[in-house]
Design a protein around this ligand. Structure first.
Ligand code: FPP
Length: 236
């Protein structure tokens, strides 16, 4: 098998277990999210070490609005803080910030900070930190279909998979090679339903606030040991 098939360019992560981590120590759930937000820098460092260029993090799903207003506010404030504090580091490392999701429905203070950082980092070329915010895999597919229906430049009715992909939120990003989920749940939870079709899955029992650089490296190394066949036969 050609070596290039084992290169892990894009890792997507479901950062699960913040609430359980906090509850286990008798802390409010918001403390789990704070600790979880701190882990993002570690994982970015580990991604750099492993040569992973694209990192997509599931930070807030379309379903997360069902949580208490207090918890939603805590997550939104952490996002705001993260966006305020992270800009110098993103510039230093040459990483551009991107988002996928219905970001127009986020609180305006988050949107403002988000668009400011996206704009400031848009020409950075070393890597991409892609935050899934108010993201749902089904919503993304529905949004793509609606874009197709209103695209006046389309000439025929037939659509191919490649065509369809161009209407998704981030058509220029490669599909994730590896999807990591922390805290042991064996579910996709509406994350990147289209893009994860051929991704390798790695689930660890560790809760997200306990997930560090070494854990990320271990996950990427496990990917290197697997063979991807994309539905075809294994090459000799
Ligand atoms: C899942 O844990 C985590 C979330 C729903 C929110 C993730 C948010 C952060 C890590 C903070 C903000 C993000 C950034 C990028 C700064 P859970 O609450 O579902 O945990 P549980 O399943 O144990 O309850």
């Amino acid at each position: 098998m050609a070596d290039k098939e084992k290169i892990c360019r894009h890792v997507a992560i479901i950062m699960d277990g913040n609430g359980r981590w906090a509850e286990a120590q008798g802390l409010p759930r918001a403390d789990g999210h704070r600790r979880g937000a701190e882990r993002v820098s570690d994982v970015m460092k580990a991604a750099k070490k492993c040569g992973v260029k694209y990192l997509t993090l599931y930070a807030f799903s379309t379903e997360n609005w069902k949580r208490s207003p207090m918890e939603i506010n805590a997550i939104m404030s952490l996002l705001g803080e993260f966006l305020d504090n992270k800009l110098p580091d993103l510039q230093k490392e040459g990483i551009s910030l991107r988002t996928v999701g219905r970001t127009d429905e986020l609180p305006s203070f988050v949107r403002k900070k988000l668009y400011r950082v996206i704009d400031a980092t848009k020409n950075n070329k070393n890597g991409v930190l892609n935050l899934a915010l108010n993201y749902g895999g089904r919503a993304e597919i529905v949004d793509a279909v609606n874009k197709i229906l209103t695209d006046k430049s389309r000439k025929n009715n037939e659509i191919t998979e490649a065509d369809f992909g161009r209407y998704l939120y981030a058509p220029d990003l490669p599909d994730p090679d590896l999807m990591i989920r922390t805290s042991g749940e064996l579910r996709l939870s509406n994350f990147l339903l289209w893009e994860l079709s051929y991704s390798e899955l790695y689930v660890t029992e560790k809760l997200w606030p306990d997930f560090g650089e070494e854990d990320f490296i271990k996950a990427v190394e496990s990917f290197g040991g697997r063979k991807r066949r994309f539905g075809g036969r294994e090459e000799k």
